[in-house]
Design a protein around this ligand. Structure first.
Ligand code: NAP
Length: 328
C-alpha cells in the first residue's frame, strides 16, 4: 500500500515530528491518460514551512489530515498515457510519499543533460533556478559586481556563489560554522563569513571594505540588516527567502533600513515559478556550467521516507550542506 506524509497539526514556532503523520493512501485508478510513478527522490524545502501555516501566500496552505506535496523525482512503473513508458524518470509535485498515480499533464520528463536525476531537484531544479533567475534577473547582477549571499552553503546559496563566479563577480558568502565556510570557499567564494562566530555588520565590513553591489537574501534578519549597512549606491537586493523569520514569533528589527534611501537600494522580491516560461534559457546556461565543471553539486541525503520530517526540520538547524534530499 502507498504511504504519504500528512499534516497532522499546524506548528507554532519551530515544527516538531508531532506535526506530521505517515499514513496509507489510496491511489487514483490507472485510467486512460494516467501514470503510476514510484518516487525515488523527494525534496524538502524551507518554503514548505510557510505552507504549514493557515495563511494566504503564493501557494495554498497544506490542509490538515491531507497528504503533503513537494518536488519529487519518480520512475514510471505503469502507464496508460501516451508518451510515458515504464523506466522513464519524471519530475512532479506529488512528493512526501512513495508512490502516486498522476495525470500525464502533472509529469515533466527530465531533459537529457547527462546528469543524475536528482539534479533536477537541485542545481537543475527549483534551487538552481532560483539562484540563476534571482541573481541574474531579479538582482540584475553583472560582471565586476561585489555580491554578498547568505546561507551560501545551502542549496540556493551554493548555486549563487558558483553562478556569480562563472559570470566574473566577486563573491562573499556567509554560512554557519567553519566546515560550511570551507565548503563555500571551495566553491570559489572570494571571502567567507562565519555568521555564528562574529557580529555580521563587522564581518561584512572586513570582507567587503568597498561595500556590496548585490545582496542575495536567503535569510533576512541580521543578514539583511548587515547588507543594508554596507550597500553601495544603487545596490540591488534579490529578496529570495527569509529563513531566519520562518519560525520566529516577531521579525528581527532592521537598524539600517533607512540606508535604502541614502544608498538608493532597489529591493526585488521574486518567486521561482514566475520564471518557468524561461526554463530553456536556464537549462542551457546551467547545463553548460555543470558540464564544464564551473558548477558542482553537493547533496545531503537522508535515506528513507520515514525520515522525511527529520530531513525537513534539519533545514532550520543547518543540518544540510548543499541540497537536502530524501532518498526513498
Ligand atoms: P538551504 O539553504 O539549503 O537550507 C537552509 C539553510 O539556511 C540551512 O542549512 C542553514 O545554513 C540556514 N539557516 C537556517 N536557519 C537560519 C537562521 N535562522 N539564520 C541563518 N541561517 C539559517 O535551503 P534552500 O532550499 O537553498 O533555500 C534557501 C532560501 O531560499 C530559503 O529562505 C528559501 O525559503 C528560499 N527560496 C526561495 C525561493 C523563491 O522562489 N523565492 C525558492 C527556493 C528557495 P547555516 O548552517 O549556514 O545556517
Amino acid at each position: 500500500m502507498a504511504r504519504a506524509w500528512h499534516l497532522k497539526s499546524r506548528p507554532k514556532g519551530m515544527p516538531t515530528s508531532d506535526n506530521f503523520q505517515l499514513k496509507p493512501v489510496d491511489l487514483l485508478p490507472l485510467d486512460y491518460g494516467m501514470v503510476r510513478v514510484a518516487n525515488r527522490w523527494l525534496s524538502v524545502d524551507p518554503y514548505m514551512r510557510g505552507r504549514m501555516n493557515d495563511v494566504k501566500s503564493y501557494v495554498p496552505p497544506f490542509a490538515i489530515d491531507a497528504p503533503m506535496e513537494g518536488g519529487a523525482i519518480g520512475e514510471v512503473v505503469e502507464s496508460k498515457a501516451d508518451g510515458f513508458s515504464p523506466g522513464d524518470r519524471v519530475l512532479h509535485m506529488a512528493g512526501w510519499r512513495d508512490e502516486a498515480v498522476l495525470p500525464a499533464a502533472a509529469l515533466n520528463p527530465l531533459p537529457n543533460l547527462g546528469v543524475e536525476p536528482q539534479a533536477f531537484l537541485g542545481n537543475l531544479g527549483l534551487t538552481g533556478g532560483t539562484a540563476y533567475f534571482g541573481l541574474l534577473d531579479a538582482a540584475q547582477a553583472k560582471e565586476g559586481d561585489i555580491v554578498f549571499v547568505s546561507a551560501a552553503a545551502g542549496a540556493v546559496g551554493s548555486a549563487v556563489v558558483q553562478i556569480a563566479k562563472a559570470n566574473g563577480m566577486t563573491v562573499i558568502g556567509s554560512a554557519g560554522g567553519a566546515e560550511k565556510c570551507d565548503f563555500v570557499r571551495s566553491l570559489g567564494a572570494d571571502e567567507v563569513i562565519d555568521y555564528r562566530a562574529r557580529p555580521l555588520v563587522k564581518s561584512l565590513a572586513a570582507a567587503a571594505p568597498k561595500g556590496i553591489d548585490v545582496y542575495f537574501d536567503n535569510v533576512g534578519g541580521d543578514h539583511l540588516d548587515a547588507a543594508l549597512a554596507h550597500a553601495r549606491n544603487n545596490a540591488r537586493f534579490a529578496i529570495c527567502g527569509m529563513i531566519d523569520g520562518y519560525n520566529a514569533a516577531e521579525p528581527t528589527p532592521l537598524r539600517y533600513i533607512m540606508r535604502i534611501i541614502a544608498a538608493r537600494v532597489r529591493l526585488q522580491g521574486f518567486i521561482y515559478t514566475d520564471y518557468l516560461p524561461r526554463l530553456g534559457e536556464f537549462y542551457g546556461d546551467m547545463g553548460g556550467w555543470i558540464a564544464s565543471g564551473q558548477v558542482k553539486s553537493r547533496d545531503t541525503i537522508v535515506e528513507g521516507l520515514e525520515r522525511m520530517p527529520e530531513a525537513f526540520l534539519g533545514l532550520f538547524s543547518g543540518a544540510n550542506t548543499g541540497k537536502m534530499l530524501v532518498k526513498v
